[in-house]
Write a protein that binds this ligand. Structure first.
Ligand code: FA5
Ligand code: MG
Length: 455
């Protein structure tokens, strides 16, 4: 048995059960993750059984029952769910693109890959450096040192190209220990898009190229890497792939948001280990800019890892389904996608995914704001650990958590942190008592785990 540093207070088990009952239900233990209410420890079994597969646990294991319980829900495939409507629209848009050489749609669509992936798939295969911050335990849900819940659908790029695809979408749920606010959630859905080009596809079949093409090349010796391209790539190839990528994305959003003339959008330079150059696409809503996707020209090393040589170049993008659905339907809070409330779901109960609807709030429930100030020892709490803890104990009743104050007291040789936790249920009014109990549990956890002194 491995005793992890994660501790959970006794009464928090009730919230993991997602029930309104005040009596803790003892029987909930689908993953055999054991809570010792006296020692206040969480003990992982030597093996976790997830989707009928056995995974050994180790010092990297940090998946929580709350997160594990969401695996397999596949909101993007649940009939009439807004994410399923959006997923259909993405399919429709990409299916319309036809490959005249193959006499078939250009893009294959894959939406059934397990979110449990290896470290190799999620990071190594797409050239994420060994010391990259995105690999840390504090940002991911690890099942063990070798296996994690995918943090992005880019984890499947190499396998899908290896399987012979040169244009595909890959849609699925992804998991991250992220900040908590109305547009961030630890589980969300991404759609990866990849299109590869060989010389014919890039120069001959391309409507943007006129005139003689026989001298045009994708690769050339002595081409250096700079802000505009990778080493080895010719500028003409990169510019044509960039044009194809940006055209594909802007046309997609014109289709998704027919009154896009009123929607400001922009391309922002970005950096990803697996693309260069890279961009993010943002749209402006009520004066605020929202990032909808990241994209770029695929690093040639990723294509090499996929078994391709110097005869292909390609683009890739990864977009967040929730962010787009929130704009399409006017859904104000990302947690609503997980609601089973018929008041929410019934608003999407139609078959034609192209139908334009605006979400009507069922009602507005009051927020309850509670601060938690504490003295710590020499070490501070990593805010991502705190967010995860609050999410584990408070579940979907937590709307937002932020670190509002932090300082070091020299004389006391102690750190101090204050977090603001905003509680609000997406579908009911919470009682003061209910919130106080959650808040007390969080405090108890901080005392037991971090030696905190609540101020
Ligand atoms: C990525 O995940 C890259 N894999 C995207 C990519 C693919 C780039 C292929 C280049 C080539 P990023 O972490 O920015 O990048 O996430 C992509 C999108 O997912 C964001 O633009 C946003 O729409 C959505 N997203 C990210 N984090 C969250 C979150 N916590 N909650 C909801 N949506 C999120
Ligand atoms: Mg991003």
């Amino acid at each position: 048995m491995i005793i992890l540093k994660h501790l959970l207070p006794r009464s928090s088990i009730r919230y993991l059960l997602r029930t309104n009952s005040t009596k803790p239900q003892k029987k909930f233990n689908p993953f055999n993750i054991e809570y010792d209410p006296i020692k206040q420890t969480v003990t992982y079994p030597p093996e976790l059984v997830i989707n009928n597969q056995n995974y050994s646990t180790d010092s990297w294991t940090n998946v929580t029952p709350h997160i594990l319980s969401r695996i397999g829900q596949n909101l993007h495939k649940q009939k009439h769910h807004p994410l399923c409507h959006l997923s259909s629209r993405l399919r429709q848009y990409f299916y319309q693109q036809y490959d005249p050489r193959k006499l078939s749609p250009k893009f294959s669509i894959i939406d059934n890959l397990s979110p449990i992936v290896t470290v190799e798939q999620n990071f190594d295969s797409i050239c994420i450096p060994k010391d990259h911050v995105s690999r840390t335990k504090s940002m991911n849900y690890y099942i063990n040192a070798n296996t994690l819940l995918r943090a992005h659908t880019s984890a499947h790029q190499v396998d899908l190209i290896r399987s012979g695809l040169d244009a595909f979408l890959c849609i699925g749920d992804v998991y991250r220990r992220d900040s908590i606010d109305p547009t961030h959630y630890p589980i969300f859905h991404q759609c990866e898009g990849v299109q590869l080009f060989n010389k014919e596809q890039l120069f001959v079949d391309n409507k943007n190229v006129r005139g003689e093409t026989k001298d045009l090349q994708i690769f050339a010796a002595n081409e250096h890497r700079d802000a505009t391209k990778q080493e080895g790539h010719t500028l003409e190839a990169v510019k044509l792939v960039e044009a194809s990528l940006k055209q594909t994305i802007t046309d997609l959003f014109k289709t998704l948001f027919p009154d896009a003339s009123t929607l400001n959008s922009r391309w922002v330079d970005a950096t990803f280990p697996f693309t260069h150059p890279s961009w993010e696409y943002e749209v402006e809503i009520d004066g605020k800019w929202y990032e909808l996707l990241g994209c770029g020209i695929m690093e040639h090393h990723v294509l090499e890892n996929s078994g391709l040589g110097r005869d292909h170049i390609g683009w890739a993008f990864g977009l967040g389904l929730e962010r787009i659905a929130m704009i399409m339907y006017g859904i104000p809070d990302i947690r609503l996608f997980w609601s089973n409330d018929s008041g929410f779901l019934s608003q999407f109960a139609f078959d034609d995914s192209t139908r334009s609807v605006r979400y009507k709030p069922i009602s507005i429930y009051p927020q309850c704001i509670n601060d938690l100030s504490m003295w710590l020892g020499k070490a501070k709490i990593d805010p991502l650990d705190f967010y995860d803890l609050v999410r584990t104990i408070g579940g979907d009743l937590v709307e937002q958590v932020m670190l509002t104050d932090e300082f070091y007291h020299k004389k006391k040789d102690r750190h101090s942190q204050t977090y603001r936790i905003i509680y609000r249920s997406p579908d009911r009014t919470l009682t003061k008592n209910e919130i106080n109990m959650i808040h007390k549990d969080i405090e108890r956890y901080c005392i037991a785990q971090f030696g905190a002194e609540i101020r």
